[in-house]
Design a protein around this ligand. Structure first.
Ligand code: NAD
Ligand code: TYD
Length: 339
């Protein structure tokens, strides 16, 4: 059996990844380590400890607490570490960058250190396309580009990538990096574009569009990203970074109109609000490397993925209500109250 630590397993991508691994890789045992910040929700994994009593366990803890992490690693003897734990929202990083540095940079370094000391065989750092900065109308991000992050969030993720590189070069540690574009799908916290717009539309609330809505993101269905993370863990080359994308570039306004149309809601719910400071104009991924080297490509078209996703949010009222009744509401007021 392979013992895998997934950090951030109660978040959006982490919870999809835990489910993906348990149902597709019978020889992997999963320990899910999560601090349960505002974005971590145990309901995302409801029932898994009963379905997989021998292969799944949850530990609450902070990746930036070295004492705790060292004790956990000494006890568990992990073969693989998949590091997804992070502060992940750009708008929050603009409001309060500090915790992005402690979790995303220091937390990653503490995990790298514990992994090195305890002879972890493979470390995968889950990074983002945002480390490359912003594109104009043409071109796509390739792994050989210089990093040029523009937000405190992306700068913290780029710093973590550099720390991973340093552990590979300095200590000959086995580590890889994945850089993926914007994910969407079930269990995404409704501060991010797609779930926020679906839930607001379902309650006939305004849909806040930053700037002119013409910013472009390359959308990938979360399950495709999860498959890619496993492929990199199994077959990636140490020291390499691998881009992933969905081959689905869309302007924000296009997605928002599609959501409204598919829910039979009027476009008059759209409200153009003040732009995000330093708002990256466009992200688009060239994923030739992972396609050629590891045989990975995205499998879910945007049309199919967005349909599934809208349906999931509309059918999972209880999950949405419980997420929305938490601190999310205060945050929403702070972010949009005076906009
Ligand atoms: P998320 O915010 O939904 O989940 C993050 C999880 O990390 C939460 O469960 C939270 O409780 C946990 N966490 C936060 N701080 C922690 C700490 N100090 N110790 C332990 N756990 C902690 O994020 P997500 O969208 O699922 O993203 C997961 C990872 O993938 C992140 O590293 C992010 O940078 C990266 N990524 C996300 C996207 C995207 O579109 N969402 C795209 C590319 C890469
Ligand atoms: P987001 O989901 O926050 O992801 P990221 O900033 O990491 O790409 O935002 C996606 C795009 O949607 C981004 O261009 C900002 C825009 N956006 C809005 O227009 N309104 C909103 O309320 C949110 C949350 C995002």
């Amino acid at each position: 059996m392979v013992k895998v630590l997934i950090t951030g397993g109660c978040g959006f991508i982490g919870s999809n990844l835990v489910r993906h691994v348990l149902s597709n890789h019978a020889d992997w045992n999963v320990v899910n380590l999560d601090l349960l910040t505002y974005a971590g929700n145990l309901e995302n994994l409801a029932g898994l400890d009963k379905d997989y009593p021998k292969r799944y366990s949850f530990v609450r803890g902070d990746i930036s607490d070295a004492k705790f992490i060292n004790a956990l690693f000494a006890k568990e003897k992990f073969n693989i570490v998949l590091n997804l734990a992070a502060e992940s929202h750009v708008d929050r990083s603009i409001e309060d960058p500090g915790v992005f540095l402690s979790t995303n940079i220091l937390g990653t370094q503490i995990l790298l250190d514990a992994s090195l000391k305890n002879k972890v065989e493979r470390f995968v750092q889950i990074s983002t396309d945002e480390v490359y900065g912003s594109l104009g109308k043409e071109g796509r991000f390739v792994e050989t580009m210089n990093m040029a992050p523009n937000s405190p969030y992306s700068a913290s993720k780029a710093s973590a990538d550099l720390m991973v590189r340093a552990y590979v070069k300095t200590y000959n540690f086995d580590a890889t990096i994945t850089r993926c574009s914007n994910n969407y799908g079930p269990y995404q916290f409704p501060e991010k574009l797609i779930p926020l717009m679906v839930l607001n539309a379902s309650e006939d609330k305004e849909l806040p569009v930053y700037g002119d809505g013409k910013n472009v993101r390359d959308w990938i269905y979360v399950e495709d990203h999860c498959r890619g993370i496993v492929a990199v863990a199994q077959k990636g080359k140490s020291g390499e970074a691998y881009n992933m994308g969905g081959d689905a570039e869309k302007e924000n306004i296009e997605i928002i109109k599609l959501i409204l149309d598919s829910m039979n809601k009027p476009h008059s719910l759209i409200k153009f609000v003040k732009d995000r400071p330093g708002h990256d104009f466009r992200y688009a991924m060239d994923f030739t490397k992972i396609k050629n080297d590891l045989g990975w490509t995205p499998q879910t078209t945007f049309e199919k993925g967005i349909k599934n996703t809208i349906k999931w949010y509309l059918e999972n009222n209880q999950w949405c209500a419980s997420v929305r009744s938490g601190t999310y509401k205060d945050y929403y007021q702070r972010m949009y109250g005076n906009r």
